[in-house]
Design a protein around this ligand. Structure first.
Ligand SMILES: Nc1ncnc2c1ncn2[C@@H]1O[C@H](COP(=O)(O)OP(=O)(O)OP(=O)(O)O)[C@@H](O)[C@H]1O
Length: 394
C-alpha cells in the first residue's frame, strides 16, 4: 500500500510535519528546519557584516531575558560550529531592582553553568553609589528609565574594560531596532537614526579616551531577527530564561511605537525589516550632511568616560542625585577595585571546552517547569502572534 501523503509537510524538508509558521516569512516549518534557518540567518548576519575577527574576546550583555539568553546560546553554538575562534564571556549589570534583576541574575548564573561561559556581574550600587531602587525612592518612577539607560550603557563599557574585551554584543532584535527607527524619525533625530541602524558601532572617533572605550566595538547580531522567532526558538530549545517585565519601566513613548509596529506587522509581516531598511536608506542619504553628524567625542573631565561635553551624562545625572549628599565619584572606590580583581580572575580562566550541543538543549528541571505557561505568557505579551495551529499540540 502506498504511504499516506504527509499532512501539512515542512516547506523546507518536506519529510516531516510542520509545527510552526515563521513570523518573518510565513513558511510552515518543522522544528529542526526552523532551528536551522534561525541559526543560519544569524551566522550570515555575522559573516556578511564581518562582526568579529578570530581571537576576539567578546562580552555578551546578559540580562537573563529571552533575547540575551538566546544570544548567549546561539553565540556559543555558532562559535563552536563554525570555529569563529571567539573567547566568550557573559557580562551582567545589576541595576539593583529588587524582585526583578535579582531574580533574572539567578537565571544568568544558571546560563553560565549550562553554557560554560564565564560571568562577571557589576552593580550600579558599586559603580555609582546608587541602585535603581535608591534612585526611584529619590526621584519617583517618572524618568527613571533615563537614569537606567545612561548608567547601563556606561556600566557595560566599564565592565568590558575590566574584562579586557574587544567587543560587546547585545540582544537588541529587529523589533527593538524598528521601534527605535520610528522613534528617531518621529523626533527628527537624524544622528541617532544613523547610530541605531548601524549593526556595529564604536562609540567615539577619539582614541584619547581615558577609558579606552574607543577600542571596544558594540554589535547587534539579532538586528534582523524577529522577536517572535526568538521567543519560539527559546521555547522549542527549552532555554532557561527570565520572562518578567521591569517593574519600573513605563517608557510610554516606546510603548506607543511598539503598538504601532505590531499593528503594521499584523497587516504586513515584512513591516519590521522594511522599517529597518528605510532607516538604513535614510541614514545613508544624510550621512554626508555635516549638520546631522554626531558630535565629536572627548572625555568627561570628572570620570574620564567618553563625552561630547565637559561632563558625561552619568556624571551630570549623579550630580543631581547627589545634591546635598556626600559626593560619590565613579571609578576610584575600593568596590570598583574589587570588581576589577574579579574581572581579572575571569580573564585568567579560559572558557571551558565546547560541550556537546545536545546537552546545551536539555533544560534543567527549573527551566522545564511551566514551559507551556511561559510561551502562553509571551504570546500574550507579544500580542497577535501568528496562528501556530500545531502549537496547541505541543
Ligand atoms: N542588566 C543588563 N546586563 C547586561 N546586559 C543587558 C542588561 N540589560 C540589557 N542588556 C543588554 O541589552 C539588550 C537589550 O536590552 P533591553 O532592556 O531592551 O531588554 P530586552 O529586549 O528585554 O532583552 P532581554 O530579553 O535580553 O532582557 C539585552 O538583550 C542585553 O544584551
Amino acid at each position: 500500500m502506498p504511504d499516506k501523503p504527509l499532512r501539512n509537510p515542512c516547506n523546507l524538508c518536506h519529510a516531516v510535519r510542520a509545527i510552526l509558521k515563521r513570523p518573518k516569512t510565513g513558511q510552515q516549518l518543522c522544528k529542526e528546519c526552523f532551528f536551522h534557518v534561525f541559526e543560519t540567518e544569524i551566522h550570515n548576519t555575522i559573516v556578511d557584516n564581518k562582526l568579529f575577527r578570530s581571537g576576539d574576546r567578546v562580552a555578551i550583555g546578559a540580562s537573563g531575558g529571552k533575547d540575551s539568553t538566546v544570544l548567549a546560546y546561539v553565540m556559543k553554538l555558532l562559535n563552536d560550529r563554525y570555529s569563529y575562534g571567539l573567547d566568550l564571556v557573559l557580562l551582567s549589570i545589576d541595576e539593583g531592582i529588587t524582585g526583578y534583576r535579582d531574580d533574572s541574575l539567578e537565571t544568568v548564573k544558571r546560563n553560565r553553568d549550562q553554557y560554560r561561559i564565564p560571568l562577571l556581574i557589576i552593580s550600579y550600587k558599586d559603580l555609582y553609589g546608587w541602585s535603581m531602587d535608591d534612585i526611584v525612592k529619590e526621584i519617583g518612577r517618572k524618568n527613571n528609565c533615563t537614569f537606567c539607560g545612561v548608567f547601563r550603557r556606561q556600566a557595560l563599557d566599564r565592565g568590558a574594560i575590566m574584562l579586557n574585551v574587544d567587543h560587546i554584543v547585545t540582544g537588541h532584535n529587529a523589533d527593538d531596532i524598528a521601534e527605535t527607527v520610528l522613534m528617531n524619525i518621529l523626533r527628527g533625530d537624524l544622528p541617532r537614526l544613523q547610530r541605531c541602524t548601524s549593526i556595529i558601532t564604536n562609540d567615539t572617533s577619539d582614541d584619547s579616551s581615558g577609558l579606552e572605550t574607543s577600542k571596544i566595538l558594540r554589535s547587534k547580531p539579532f538586528k534582523y531577527t524577529y522577536e517572535k522567532e526568538i521567543v519560539m526558538y527559546a521555547y522549542f530549545k527549552k532555554l532557561d530564561y527570565f520572562s518578567t517585565e521591569c517593574i519600573y519601566s513605563p517608557n510610554a513613548y516606546r510603548g506607543h511605537a511598539r503598538v504601532f509596529l505590531k499593528d503594521l506587522e499584523a497587516i504586513r509581516r515584512t513591516s519590521i525589516v522594511d522599517i529597518i531598511h528605510s532607516g538604513e536608506a535614510l541614514s545613508a542619504s544624510v550621512q554626508a550632511n555635516e549638520s546631522t553628524k554626531l558630535p565629536t567625542m572627548s572625555t568627561c573631565t570628572r570620570c574620564g568616560y567618553i563625552s561630547s561635553n565637559e561632563l558625561c551624562k552619568a556624571c551630570l545625572l549623579l550630580e543631581g542625585l547627589n545634591k546635598g549628599l556626600p559626593q560619590l565619584g565613579i571609578g576610584h572606590s575600593s568596590k570598583i577595585r574589587r570588581m576589577h580583581e574579579a574581572a581579572h580572575a575571569l580573564q585568567a580562566t579560559p572558557s571551558s571546552p565546547a560541550s556537546p550541543l545536545a546537552s546545551l538543549s536539555t533544560a534543567d528541571g527549573a527551566a522545564a517547569r511551566d514551559e507551556r505557561g511561559k510561551l502562553v505568557t509571551h504570546i500574550r505579551d507579544l500580542n497577535r502572534l501568528e496562528t501556530m495551529p500545531t502549537l496547541q499540540a505541543v
